[in-house]
Structure formats: C-alpha cells, structure tokens
Design a protein around this ligand. Sequence first.
Ligand SMILES: [Zn+2]
Length: 127
Amino acid sequence: MESSTHFSKNELACKCCGNAKMEDGFMERLEELRVRFGKGMRLSSAFRCSEHNSEVSKTGKRGPHTTGRAVDVLTRGKDAHRLIELATQLGFTGIGIKQNGSHEKRFLHLDDLQEAEGRPRPWVWSY
Ligand SMILES: [Zn+2]
C-alpha cells in the first residue's frame, strides 16, 4: 500500500528512493490510530529501503521501517501521551520515544512487529 486516506505516498516514501512499500495491515492500524486521534499526524519517517535504513538507523538493513510496519510521528507533550495511549490500545507493539532535545524534532516511533529472536515485543525504548 503506497498511500491511504490520511497519508500521502510522499510522506510514506523512502527519503532516498521514493519507494513506499507499506504493509496493508499496518496501514489499517495507522489509519485507525489517526481517526481516533482526530487530528493531523506529521510523519518524519515511514518506509525505508534497506540501504537507507542502514545509513540512518542502528537496526541496519532489516529494521522495522524496511518492512513497511513502522512510522515515526513528530509529536510531543499531551499529543505524545495521547498517541501512546491509543497506540497501545490498537496493538502497536513497538514504541520508541524521543522526547528530549528541540521540540520540533521530538517524535514517537510506532510499529506492530511480532516478537522474534533478539526482538522482544511488546517493548518500549528511548533514543
Ligand atoms: Zn530508499
């Protein structure tokens, strides 16, 4: 799925190659989150190809973003708190929290990966 009701291909696409191979089930979950949240969600990252992911993430060539099952939402404060609550209810299993540093760059990582070797889920981490 390359776009959905509330998210354009442009914001879902890999920053380096423009591919937007988002997983269908993840996008349904993300759309439901957006609807329950009731206002705009700005994504700083969604799909990443393996090459791009290995440049920007410690997860290397196989991180959650490379499977189309992760987004980073630019948010903070009350909105971030609300999104964590809703995301947990909706079955997002990976929640990464970046809430220090400049306000404009604060975000939440959300994914819905299953538990695997070396990847416990559900899980919360900070950056
Ligand atoms: Zn790419």
